[in-house]
Every structure is written in structure tokens, then in C-alpha cells.
Design a protein around this ligand. Structure first.
Ligand code: BTN
Length: 324
């Protein structure tokens, strides 16, 4: 699945999202200057991107704009090819990571995701808090990959999937920032937290936590550094179709990782990266502060930094600030 580039498809999304109810095939055909069978074909294409388009024999087409997260399970079951998604919805919780951990320990199947309307103790990377008020997309996906090598890539995949979903669904040119932030104009739209359990080199489970600012309010202290999708488009965004897209992309890239096709994953990540080529400051997980040019990403997903003295170093985890 690629980002939507077909202008007719983009126009179709616009028509369907601005229609109050069903809109007939002939009306859409007129608006697009296309035949009715062509409209039908475009609708089918749109569905391949994860959009839920209902068709009624008399009334025409309607884009499903569901936002009620308690209904999510009904809408995600058909999304994955490799993964069989199953939603465990909670209205309130401390952190979806905690609930997912308990479920994983109980042996729930891969593809189970814990989705919350609100978290009181959301967790961010490097021990930080994650503010998760109502209106966002906060969830943890339980995965059980066999590979160890691609584990770091898994977190890149999550950021990439969110960026591509936001691009396809809303046309917002979101980018990924190493290791796994999703940003727009240097402001954070989404973050990813990967936790898990490894025993004797065997991965028991991975908890892939994704937080995406959608229609939620941000606290004042984050207003400069973060942004919501609603701020960018000016209206409330239905979260279920967006969730479907994120899961669809995650399923696709997870499948590539399982098949060992790391190069494809990395090249797609680099295509949408805002970090590569930038002069950056990195606060590594070991407490070092480094400055240099973010030259590349290694096959394992490490950041390759060219330091001021010309030498190169690879960084496994840390925080990056884009300086120029
Ligand atoms: C970061 O950028 O620091 C990572 C943020 C990860 C937030 C998500 S929201 C769902 C999951 N549950 C949590 O408590 N955190 C992650």
C-alpha cells in the first residue's frame, strides 16, 4: 500500500467527507467528470487504502466517519493480512502498556491491542510522561516476533506507519524523526514506546505503544513542541478510519520484517525521514551529548552520526534535536 497520489482519489475523499449523508454515484461522477463505473472502481481503490466506504443500491456511497473507540473491534478485524487484530477497549486506564503487559502474560494472541480513550499515567520514552487526554489515539499492540535483529526496526515501522496514515488520510505531510517520532514542521504529532520481554534470547512479546495527537487538547507546556491533527485540519477527525490505516500499514511493514526484507522497510523510512541530512544534537541513552550530521540509518535501524572531527558513530537510542 502506498501513499495516495491519484488526484481523482484525493478529490473523491474530499467529496465523500464533505457530504452530509449518502451521495449518489452519478453525482460523484458529475463532480469528477468521470463515468459511474469509473467511480465504482475508484471507491474500490479507496477501500484498499483502509477507508470504510458503504455502498447502498439506491442512495449511493457514504464514507464511514466513526469516532467511537468502543466500537473499534468491529472495524479492525478485517484489516490485517499477517496479524489478526482484536481490540481490548478501556475508557480509562493508567497506561495501555500496563494492561497490555498483563494480557500478554496471560497469553493473549498476537495482534491484540489495548485501546484507551484516556490514560492517567501515560508513559513516554526515556522515563518521560505522556499526556493522554480524551480525543487522541492511545494504544498498545501486542506482537510476538521471532526475530531479534529487526527489533529496533519495529519501532521505526510504527512511526512510519503513523506518518503514512496521516499522509493518506488527511494529506498532511507528516515526517518521521529518528528513532520513532512523527512530526509536522518540527512539532510532535505522535510518539512510539517499545517495551517487551525477552528470556534467554527468545522474545516472549513486544508491547508496541503508539500515541497520536488527534482531537485531544494539549497541555500548555507542550503547545510549542507538539501539535494535534485537529489543529492542522481545523475539524474533528474520525479516529476509527485513522486507526484502521495505522494498523494496515503496521501489518504491512511487520510482514516485511518477518520476511527479512529490512532494506525495503529502511528505504521507505528514509523516504519520509526528516532527520537524515540534518545537523543534529543527540542525547544518548548513556548520557552522552553528541553533535554532527545525521548521515544514515544502519541496517539495524541505528542512527549513523558524522561527528565534527570526521569520525562516525552509531547510536542505538536517544533523543535527537534537529539543529539545522
Ligand atoms: C514518546 O514519544 O515518548 C513515546 C510515547 C508513547 C505513548 C504511547 S500512548 C499508548 C502507549 N501507552 C503509554 O503509556 N504510552 C504509549
Amino acid at each position: 500500500m502506498r501513499t495516495i497520489t491519484d488526484l481523482r482519489l484525493k478529490k473523491l475523499i474530499e467529496i465523500l467527507s464533505s457530504a452530509k449523508d449518502y451521495i449518489s454515484g452519478s453525482e460523484i461522477a458529475n463532480m469528477l467528470g468521470l463515468s459511474k463505473p469509473m467511480v465504482h472502481k475508484l471507491v474500490d481503490n479507496l477501500r484498499k487504502y483502509g477507508f470504510i466506504v458503504e455502498a447502498h443500491s439506491r442512495k449511493g456511497y457514504r464514507l464511514l466517519m466513526v469516532d467511537d473507540l468502543s466500537l473499534a473491534n468491529t472495524y479492525v478485524r478485517d484489516v490485517g493480512n499477517r496479524l489478526k487484530f482484536k481490540v481490548h477497549y478501556v475508557e480509562n486506564c493508567s497506561s495501555t502498556q500496563d494492561i497490555a503487559e498483563t494480557l500478554a502474560e496471560q497469553g493473549v494472541s498476537e495482534g491484540t491491542l489495548v485501546l484507551a480513550e484516556r490514560m492517567t499515567k501515560g508513559r513516554g520514552r526515556m522515563g518521560r510522561r505522556w499526556v493522554a487526554d480524551v480525543g487522541g489515539l492511545w494504544f498498545t499492540l501486542i506482537l510476538k516476533p521471532k526475530f531479534i535483529k529487526g527489533l529496533q526496526l519495529l519501532s521505526l515501522v510504527a512511526g512510519l506507519s503513523v506518518a503514512l496514515s496521516v499522509r493518506s488520510f488527511l494529506g498532511i505531510k507528516a515526517k518521521v524523526k529518528w528513532p520513532n517520532d512523527v512530526i509536522y514542521n518540527e512539532r510532535k504529532l505522535a510518539g512510539v514506546l517499545v517495551e517487551g520481554k525477552v528470556e534467554a534470547d527468545v522474545i516472549k512479546y513486544v508491547l508496541l505503544g503508539i500515541g497520536l495527537n488527534v482531537n485531544n487538547n494539549l497541555p500548555q507546556d507542550l503547545e510549542q513542541s507538539a501539535i494535534t491533527l485537529r489543529d492542522l485540519v481545523g475539524y474533528n477527525i474520525p479516529r476509527i478510519p485513522l486507526l484502521r490505516l495505522v494498523l494496515k500499514y503496521t501489518d504491512k511493514y511487520y510482514d516485511l520484517l518477518i520476511k527479512g526484507l529490512y532494506k525495503k522497510v529502511l528505504s521507505d523510512w528514509k523516504k519520509h525521514s526528516s532527520t537524515i541530512g540534518k545537523y543534529v544534537k543527540v542525547y544518548t541513552i548513556n548520557g552522552e551529548i553528541l553533535e554532527g550530521v545525521a548521515e544514515d540509518i544502519s541496517d539495524e535501524g541505528l542512527l549513523i552520526l558524522k561527528l565534527m572531527n570526521g569520525s562516525k558513530t552509531s547510536i542505538y537510542a536517544g533523543d535527537v534535536i534537529h539543529l539545522r
